[in-house]
Design a protein around this ligand. Structure first.
Ligand code: HEC
Ligand code: HEC
Length: 387
């Protein structure tokens, strides 16, 4: 709240409080002059007014609430909250902090979390034969607390945290074999991830399909964990200023020629050759997509030679990608969900991926099993092209 509004509320509530105290004093002190018959002489519609003392229980409650109001000001940040934080405290992150509604919420969330963590450690991890993760989780928690609390954390702290996260890899693999863990994981997925990746995790344009074996950032449990902990930002710059519209069209034609969609188009071979030269200039596309266009996990750059597309593999969408660039954002979940829930989600995502399919890189040797799925991708793309 701004200083103006907090002062306004403070002064207004204090004025009301003073007024009520004033009314009480007045009523207790005021002695009207009474007539001989004991009435005040006031008559309303034939009803005469007596001067009877206020009922004791009422006065007690009234005084009690006045005192309660004053005590409230001392305990809670009601009077000029900018300078008086109140005497009441709650425990957040192991520290006593002044009461605010936000801190109280954090404190409640922490208590819920503790209950969840206990049942995760003593229930799910034990049943999935992954109890060894508890030690790593505790060490991870310590590092994360340092990162949150310390004003000058060690420079390599984030690297240490990432390394610890990766150590959870074998336990996530074990969780992905456990039905109970997957059930909780799938529920968490519906609550947090389905808005973008779809309730069946098959994605949408711009939001990757998590059930295939084509990964921007790698599909091992440790890659998925890192993606979930820190989030990801896919960065591909716009190329129109540098290449011009002709250059964009040429290189798009070359991308089409190496993609799984090449048979759906009559390609302009002059443009393909021109695009190939642009693609292979050392500071251009090869830098991230590699000399064969098969992508690079360290850059999050997709494989351009398969039939799986993040944004779309039809001619116009590829041109659009090149003209304006793309920057898909996967949010971070560490601060929102915590380490335990992320493990369950990673296990669930890992269990969805089609590990029988060939990894994206050796594309020429696609197995029939993978082809069947890829074929449906092509069918969908062809549809958008012809419509
Ligand atoms: C706001 C939308 C959004 C939400 C919510 C979201 N994601 Fe993502 N996610 C993305 C985008 C966009 C990408 C691709 C990032 C890129 O283009 O580089 C992505 C990428 C990923 C990847 C990497 C895929 C790969 O090929 O390497 C995984 C795994 C993933 N998300 C899992 C999840 C899980 C699990 C959740 C729920 C906790 C979730 N996402 C919630 C948008 C979202
Ligand atoms: C700095 C690294 C980088 C360079 C250089 C780069 N790209 Fe990309 N490219 C990416 C990334 C990262 C993505 C994924 C963007 C996202 O996740 O939102 C991408 C996405 C794409 C896509 C979309 C693929 C799909 O599945 O929809 C195409 C097509 C593409 N790039 C082609 C090119 C071409 C052609 C060039 C050269 C003119 C190029 N890229 C240069 C990093 C790069």
């Amino acid at each position: 709240m701004t200083f103006f509004w907090s002062s306004w509320v403070t002064l207004f509530s204090f004025a009301c409080w003073l007024f009520i105290v004033g009314v009480l004093f007045f009523v207790l002190k005021y002695k009207p002059t009474l007539k001989d018959d004991g009435t005040t002489g006031h008559t309303y519609d034939g009803i005469q007014e007596y001067d009877k003392p206020l009922p004791k229980w009422w006065v007690v409650i009234f005084i009690g609430s006045i005192i309660w109001g004053a005590v409230y000001w001392v305990f809670f940040p009601a009077m000029f909250p900018a300078s008086w934080g109140g005497a009441a405290t709650v425990t957040v992150d192991g520290e006593e902090v002044p009461w605010t509604s936000k801190n109280e919420l954090y404190s409640d969330l922490e208590k819920n979390n503790e209950v969840f963590t206990k049942s995760f450690e003593n229930g799910i991890l034990v049943k999935a034969d992954a109890a060894g993760a508890v030690g790593t989780l505790n060490e991870l928690d310590k590092l994360q607390t340092t990162l949150r609390r310390d004003d000058n954390p060690p420079a390599n702290l984030q690297d240490q945290i990432n390394a610890k996260v990766a150590e959870l890899d074998p336990y996530v693999a074990k969780l992905s074999q456990n039905q109970e863990a997957l059930k909780v994981g799938s529920r968490l997925f519906l609550q947090n991830c389905a808005v973008c990746h779809g309730s069946n995790a098959k994605g949408a344009p711009g939001y990757p399909n998590l059930t295939d074996n084509d990964w921007l950032y790698g599909g091992e449990p440790k890659n998925i964990l890192t993606t979930l902990h820190n989030g990801r930002v896919g960065g591909m710059a716009a190329w129109r200023d540098q290449l011009g519209e002709d250059g964009v069209r040429a290189v798009a034609e070359y991308v089409l020629s190496m993609s799984g969609n090449q048979n759906n188009y009559q390609l302009d071979q002059t443009k393909v050759a021109q695009g190939e030269r642009i693609f292979h200039e050392p500071t251009n596309c090869v830098l991230c997509h590699g000399p064969e266009g098969k992508g690079m996990i360290s850059a999050g750059a997709p494989n351009l030679t398969d039939k799986i597309w993040l944004y779309g593999g039809d001619r116009e969408t590829i041109r659009e990608t090149l003209r304006y660039g793309r920057a898909g954002v996967m949010p971070e979940w560490q601060t929102k969900l915590g380490n335990e829930r992320i493990m369950l989600l990673a296990a669930y995502v890992y269990s969805l991926s089609d590990k029988k399919a060939v990894p994206a890189a050796p594309v020429a040797t696609t197995q029939p099993a993978n082809d069947a799925e890829a074929q449906t991708d092509t069918a969908a793309t062809t549809e958008t092209v012809t419509s």
